[in-house]
Every structure is written in structure tokens, then in C-alpha cells.
Design a protein around this ligand. Sequence first.
Ligand code: NCD
Length: 308
Amino acid sequence: MFQRLRHLTTLESLSRDCIERLLDRAITMRDACAHGTRKLDLLNGRTILNLFFEPSTRTRTSFELAARRLGADVINFDIGFSSTAKGEELFDTLHTLEAMHLDAIVVRHKVSGTPDELVRHAMSGVSVVNAGDGNRAHPTQGLLDALTVRQHRPDFRQLTVVICGDVKHSRVARSDVHAFTKLGAREVRLCGPTALMPDQQEFPGCKFYDNFDQAIEGADVAIMLRLQKERMASTDLPDEAAYFREYGLDSRRLALAARGCMVMHPGPINRGIEIASEVADGPQSRILEQVGNGVFVRMAVLYEMLAR
Ligand code: NCD
């Protein structure tokens, strides 16, 4: 059944068809942009607000670029200079901004569930896109990761994906798991030190590992995660050198994976902690391709929501 996209807070509620439609649309956007230089006028007259309460480089700039390439107007709401810094409540900020006639709000917040709160409080007609909430979801990252993999390995039934690192605090891992399992990946493995692993019940379809050599064996895709110290209890903080030895991706470990295993990372990468430079910059790295695809996926999402 055709699922109209009104808001995007998590991939969990999207059907496989809807996810595939968004990925197909992202490819159409890529082709229509002719290498990203041409501006389309598909969202002329629409206004999109970027509301980022947490730092971001890739996600925020690519949402902005996506909106501009579609011809929309963009407002970047800088928290440091705004009234939220003076103690204004989130919903007062929201209603103030809404009075300026917005069509969509792209929100990133450290508290899981904030985008859903905005959906409940936003005026009808305003779409909400989650750009990362706490450790819960980062749906456009899940989509862009699936797109990057699909471009190289279109048959997901043959696919073994390993996600390694601080899975417990990672909204990227959660959205990736939703994307890859919905699209029919054969196996999704999660690996990390016990203190940084989530409850297994949260990921019923995944295989859990604490040994990275075993987890990466035969994998077609290795997605590395940053240690998200900002969300960790100080007792969870591993020693970085020891962490790299056990869970870092270097060329020795990559050789255990399937031939041509794709190396991915949502960024920002920490060289020498979760990934060695030789791998991050090596021939199997798809990290910059992920960044490029981020713009097309976000164009697809905004278009599906806002096109008349
Ligand atoms: C991720 C995030 O913010 O969740 N980064 C991103 O969006 N590119 C992952 C991270 O911060 O480690």
C-alpha cells in the first residue's frame, strides 16, 4: 500500500516499499541534479527550518543543501544565539517559529523522542524530520547507508552487515538495523565491548559479538561507530589504545571480511580509535560516498513530504 510520508521520526514505522521508494527517489534526485550543480525548483516557495540543538557538520549542511537544491527557503536556527539560550521552552520556540509559516522542521536533539513531541505539538501542515534524537533514531542516516550499500550490492538477500563500536549509544546503529533488516539483509551483526552493547532484546533479529575478528569474518559491509562519550557514563569510557586493539578497524582485520567489504562510517571519524587511516582513506572506504548520498536522500525525503 502507498504510504504517504507526512513526518519522518524513525524508520521503524516505514514499510519496505516506502523505504525503497525513497531510495529510488534519491537516485532520481542525483540524476536530476547533474552531479549536484543544478538547482531544481520542485519546492519553490516552501520554507524549511533547521533546528539543531546538538552539534552537526554533515547532517545539517546536507539538509540545508538538499532544501536549497530543491528551491526551498531555509532558516538555520542557531541555538547558541537564540532565546532557548535564555531559557525559552522548546514549544514556545516552536510556536514562535511556526508563526513565520513553516512547511517543515528538521530537528536534532539530545533527548530521544523530541521529534515525536514536535509532531504532537506542531501546527497541522508542518512536517517534522528527525535529524537524530538521543540514541534512538537517525532515519536519514539509515536511508543513506542503505542507499550506499545498494549501489554496490543490490541483492540484500546475500548481504552480511557488521556494525561495530558503541552500539549502545548509537542512533545510527538503530536506524541502520531497521533499514537493513526491512530491506531483507541476510545477517546483521552487532559488535562491541559489553559495556557499550545494548540489550539483546532490543534487536531480536541481530547476532551479537564481543570479538571483532569473529564478527567481521565474511562480512560484506563494515559500519564503524564513534565512541559517543557525550552519551556515556564515565564508567563506560574505555581506554582508547586498548579499544583500538580490540575493536578498531585496520587492514589486518579488514582482510578477514569478505573480498571487497565496504567500509562505512557516519562520521565524524576518530582515526586511531575506531578506524585506522589506512582503512578510512583506503580503496574500500565508502565514507565520502555516504556523505554525497546524504544530500540526495534528504532531497528525496523533503520532496516526498512537501511536493504539492
Ligand atoms: C552521527 C550522529 O550524530 O548520530 N553523525 C552523523 O549524523 N553524521 C554519529 C556520531 O555522531 O557519531
